[in-house]
Design a protein around this ligand. Structure first.
Ligand code: GDP
Ligand code: IMO
Ligand code: MG
Length: 428
């Protein structure tokens, strides 16, 4: 029986990870974020109430789970506090349940300014980032210049480190990007105030997880973004700046491969992408618009419309391999209801190997296999026996093409709208 389950997006994000984490969190003693930051937007729909989470793990609506933010997550202290306050206003207890690692890199106002200045400079070649400072803060982490949450709670330490960082950022902003500098005094003041507010939640996330594991506790790791946005394995440079694939769990939470029992890969029954970059199966037609409309495909963080296309079994197969996916959860199956035909991309023409970067991706010509659509209504169904025959055939074909079994289906945004084929924790 699995005690430790990882949930990963296998496409370009927004696969419905948050909804599934919220559901499985009822079985978990801890829900853990391990990479990304508040670029994520995870939507939960419980009893007609919609909650969108950006940094706080999607287990926060359950009473049982401790919610942990591991060292691989980049934190905007202001965004975190705003999110905590928003939940508290809605009557949800947060501070007693939330723990964060002191090693999390801190997103400063200057990171946000740099992210946005860089996007402006790229013009037509912009990545389409969320503008939250994610790229710049991960750069500072790698260059060993960055400030961590643990620094914020020590006034002398933060002042010393902030001076060097802000000096560098303001030089870049004014001299290279010809933009306005940030006010170093204000950043320092904010940092000290926000650090004091976060201090009671600091904990040793790695130690907590190992202790929990040792006593047989159940852990749920919550991925953000999707595997094709991974800095190494995604559609570079149109990616985010963290490892969204399985390795991120180990480095971003301090656990070993032996601490993972099951990897659940989330995929939509079709494909979406928000922001720029390759999307071989993109549909710029009536069907694409129908999917966007039925699927309400607008970004949960920025509100931008998501680009839509058919499912891409070539990319999915690669991500199943990269992540060692145990089982798949196919979400938003209901969005495809009523189509005469459904297509699956089964091969790429124009490239001999899996594309390495944007230049290779631009040469990809998708080859499609057509399967029959279904007229029945799958919205909200929970019983596999009620699946239309053609929907079942579509899923079976997908399993063969991508090389992983479908263990769960999601048939609506509501917490209850799922078909459980094999439970990640219970195996039945
Ligand atoms: P995440 O970033 O992977 O957590 O996904 P998002 O929350 O950004 O986007 C998924 C969207 O689809 C949200 O608005 C969900 O409420 C919605 N959703 C999730 N699963 C389903 C489903 O099976 N059917 C439908 N129609 N909507 C779903
Ligand atoms: P969740 O967790 C979808 C995309 C941005 C942009 C690229 C880089 O909700 O699935 P960044 O701000 O990270 O530097 O932007 O990555 N992106 C996402 N797309 N879902 C997300 O998160 C995303 N987080 C970042 O749109 O293309
Ligand atoms: Mg999202």
């Amino acid at each position: 029986m699995a005690r430790s389950v990882v949930i990963l997006g296998t496409q370009w994000g927004d696969e419905g990870k948050g909804k599934i984490v919220d559901l499985l969190a009822h079985e978990a003693d801890a829900v853990v974020r391990f990479q990304g930051g508040h670029n994520a937007g995870h939507t939960l729909l419980v009893d007609d109430r919609k909650t969108v989470l950006h940094l706080i793990p999607s287990g926060i609506l359950t009473d049982r789970a401790r919610c942990l933010i591991g060292n691989g997550v980049v934190i905007s202290p202001q965004a975190l506090i705003t999110e905590i306050e928003g939940l508290e206003k809605a009557g949800i207890e947060v501070r007693g349940k939330l723990g964060l690692s002191g090693a999390c890199p801190v997103i400063l106002g200057s990171h946000v300014a740099l992210d946005q200045a860089r996007e402006r400079r790229r013009g037509k070649k912009a990545i389409g980032t969320t503008g939250r400072g994610i790229g710049p803060v991960y750069e500072d982490k790698a260059s060993r210049l960055g400030i961590r949450i643990a620094d914020l709670v020590d006034p002398a330490r933060v002042e010393d480190k902030l001076g060097a960082v802000l000096d560098y950022h303001n030089f870049l902003l004014t001299e290279y990007y010809a933009s306005d500098p940030v006010d170093a005094h204000r950043v320092a003041e904010d940092a000290a105030r926000l650090g004091a507010e976060l201090k009671p939640m600091l904990c040793d996330v790695t130690e907590e997880l190992h202790r929990l594991r040792a006593r047989g506790g159940a852990i749920l790791f919550e991925g953000a973004q999707g595997s094709l946005l991974d800095i190494d394995h995604g559609t570079y440079p149109f990616v985010t700046s963290s490892n969204t694939t399985i390795g991120g769990v180990m480095t971003g939470a301090g656990v070993s491969p032996a601490d993972i029992d099951y990897v659940l890969g989330i995929t939509k029954a079709y494909t979406t992408r928000v922001g720029s970059g390759p999307l071989p199966t993109e549909l710029d037609d009536e069907i694409g618009r129908r999917i966007a409309e039925r699927g309400v495909e607008f970004g949960a963080t920025t509100g931008r419309p998501r680009r839509c296309g058919w499912i891409d079994a070539v990319a999915l197969r690669r991500m199943v391999q990269v992540n060692g996916i145990t089982g798949l959860c196919v979400t938003k199956l209901d969005v495809l209801d009523g189509l005469d035909e459904v297509r699956i991309c089964t091969a790429y023409e124009g490239v001999d190997t899996f594309p390495l970067g944007a230049e290779d991706w631009a040469r990809v010509e998708p080859v499609y296999e057509s399967v029959s659509g279904w007229q029945g209504d799958t919205r909200g169904i929970t019983d596999a026996a009620r699946l239309p025959g053609a929907a079942r055939a579509y899923l079976e074909r997908l399993e063969t093409l991508v090389g992983a079994p479908v263990h769960m289906l999601s048939t609506g945004p509501e917490r209850e709208a799922n078909v459980m084929i094999r439970h990640p924790y219970h195996g039945d």
